[in-house]
Design a protein around this ligand. Structure first.
Ligand code: ADP
Ligand code: 5GP
Length: 224
């Protein structure tokens, strides 16, 4: 299992005092098309202290997707073998394809002092929560309307008509899982939504329970 207590020694940004901190697992979920990948990309580009957990999937790559960067694209047999070998932290079937979070890279990222970003669905979020408890921060992204959701999927231009219809058919049941998350944001304006995400992350990083170094620091202050 991942050592969820991995320490992060570089994180008290904007402060000259560096306290050890537990790494956190930051989950973004949404119905397909609401904008989580766009938000994830912005976060990764602007914050060097968080890295993406690259999932494995049996879904074929979309145009422009890069193997190893967007996903590890594997066939069904390879995926099944990875499940049998216990290589996943969590996995689920979504839209008829299998998706899973490889365990080893997450452990390595936490070990190296990084927070980890997950673009996974509600099923994976539940499984990860069983493992990580309070080390996980769960954020759900809602579209401003169902019509806008469909427009975004069509304008994205990455899925066939059938796949879009399938995603739309599932959108409402996915939205139904909004209350399994710590934060729920409406992605109307992308910049405003992104700003909220950065604020959530900043506040979560400052939580007392994550500041392992505080015990020693406070103790020292209380010494004679
Ligand atoms: P998801 O990862 O949730 O499936 P994406 O991030 O791929 O969704 O976004 C779906 C489409 O909607 C993309 O073309 C993206 O550029 C666009 N998009 C995302 N957020 C907004 C927004 N706030 N306003 C308008 N378009 C958006
Ligand atoms: P897409 O095919 O649009 O990239 O992803 C479809 C859905 O699968 C999205 O909701 C995405 O968050 C989810 N997903 C991607 N990777 C994983 C994973 O490793 N585990 C789980 N449980 N869901 C994933």
């Amino acid at each position: 299992m991942v050592d969820m207590a991995s320490e992060n020694k570089t994180k008290n940004q904007n402060s000259s005092i560096q306290l050890e901190r537990r790494g956190l697992l930051f989950v973004l979920s949404s119905p397909s098309g609401a904008g989580k990948s766009t938000l994830a990309r912005k976060l990764l580009a602007s914050d060097e202290h968080i890295s993406l957990s690259v999932s494995a999937t049996t879904r074929p790559p979309r145009p422009g997707e890069i193997n190893g960067k967007d996903y590890h694209f594997v066939d069904k047999d390879t995926f099944k073998q990875m499940v049998a070998d216990g290589e996943f932290l969590e996995w689920a079937k979504v839209f008829g394809h299998r998706y899973g979070t490889p365990k080893a890279p997450v452990e390595a990222m936490l070990e190296s002092g990084k927070d980890v970003l997950f673009d996974i669905d509600w099923q994976g979020t539940q499984q990860l929560y069983q493992e990580a408890g309070s080390d996980i921060v769960r954020t759900f992204i809602l579209p401003p309307s169902i019509t806008e959701l469909e427009d975004r999927l069509r304008n994205r231009g990455t899925d066939s008509h059938e796949v879009i219809n399938d995603r739309m058919a599932r959108a409402k049941s996915e939205i139904g899982h909004w209350d399994g998350y710590d934060y729920v944001l409406i992605n109307d304006d992308i910049e405003a939504c992104f700003e909220k995400i950065t604020k959530i992350l900043a506040a979560e990083r400052l939580k007392r329970m994550r500041q392992k170094g505080l015990i020693g620091f406070a103790r020292k202050l209380m010494e004679n």
